[in-house]
Design a protein around this ligand. Structure first.
Ligand SMILES: Cc1cn([C@H]2C[C@H](O)[C@@H](COP(=O)(O)OP(=O)(O)O[C@H]3O[C@H](C)C(=O)[C@H](O)[C@H]3O)O2)c(=O)[nH]c1=O
Length: 186
């Protein structure tokens, strides 16, 4: 497997080894020892799976006191996956990074705790599966507007974005106080 760094510290792209043959392919989507050897020494406690139709945009979300590290991948279709640094005191605060994840490249993205995360679906349907390092705490959830001009995220299809009522209500990053944002843990 290959591990690629990104401009955001700790956010890494993982390309698992894919075994193709006349039947299709096989890959290990996670292995504790192999990922630890590659520098991902974290414990996952919850697996999630969401299915979304074309142009759906989920995010940008984070948890405040229970920030979740996420190992995300797309098992069907294609998404433009986005991470934004919302950690108070981070040198890269307010910066974002995006990458296409799809069931062809089998690419995964590891997002350390404290970053905000979202994605937009590029295919007719997308199955988005991910492992989390902490549990879901709905009372602890925070968010930033997906179209925050201060972040300037270059979503692929912003005019066609299908967004939940909840996600439409998030405000811009600059409106959030330090107490409303995850800390920057060195
Ligand atoms: C996240 C989550 C949700 N739920 C329930 C709560 C709602 O009744 C329903 C849909 O939740 P929500 O609209 O928050 O789902 P997403 O918009 O996909 O939220 C996720 O979207 C972005 C991309 C993320 O990175 C986070 O993992 C997460 O915030 O699932 C659960 O039961 N457990 C969970 O861990």
């Amino acid at each position: 497997m290959k591990v690629l760094n990104t401009p955001l510290p700790g956010v890494i792209i993982i390309e698992p080894r894919l075994f193709g043959d006349k039947r299709g392919f096989f890959l290990e989507s996670y292995s504790a020892t192999r990922y630890r050897e590659a520098g991902l020494d974290v414990e996952f406690v919850q697996d999630n799976h969401s299915r979304s139709s074309h142009h759906v945009l989920r995010g940008l979300h984070f948890q405040l006191r229970h920030p979740q590290g996420k190992l995300v991948r797309v098992s069907r279709g294609s998404v433009f996956d986005v991470v934004a640094d919302v950690r108070t005191g981070s040198p890269t605060f307010g910066q974002w990074f995006g990458v296409e994840l799809n069931d062809d490249n089998a690419r995964q993205l590891y997002i350390p705790p404290g970053y905000a995360h979202g994605f937009q679906v590029l295919s007719d349907v997308a199955d988005f599966e991910y492992k989390c390092t902490d549990y879901y705490h709905p009372e602890d959830e925070g968010g930033v507007a997906w179209n925050d001009p201060g972040l300037g995220i270059e979503w692929p299809c912003p005019e066609q974005a299908i967004v939940s009522d909840k996600d439409q209500r998030w405000g811009p990053l600059q409106a959030l106080t330090d107490e409303q944002l995850p800390p920057y843990l060195l």
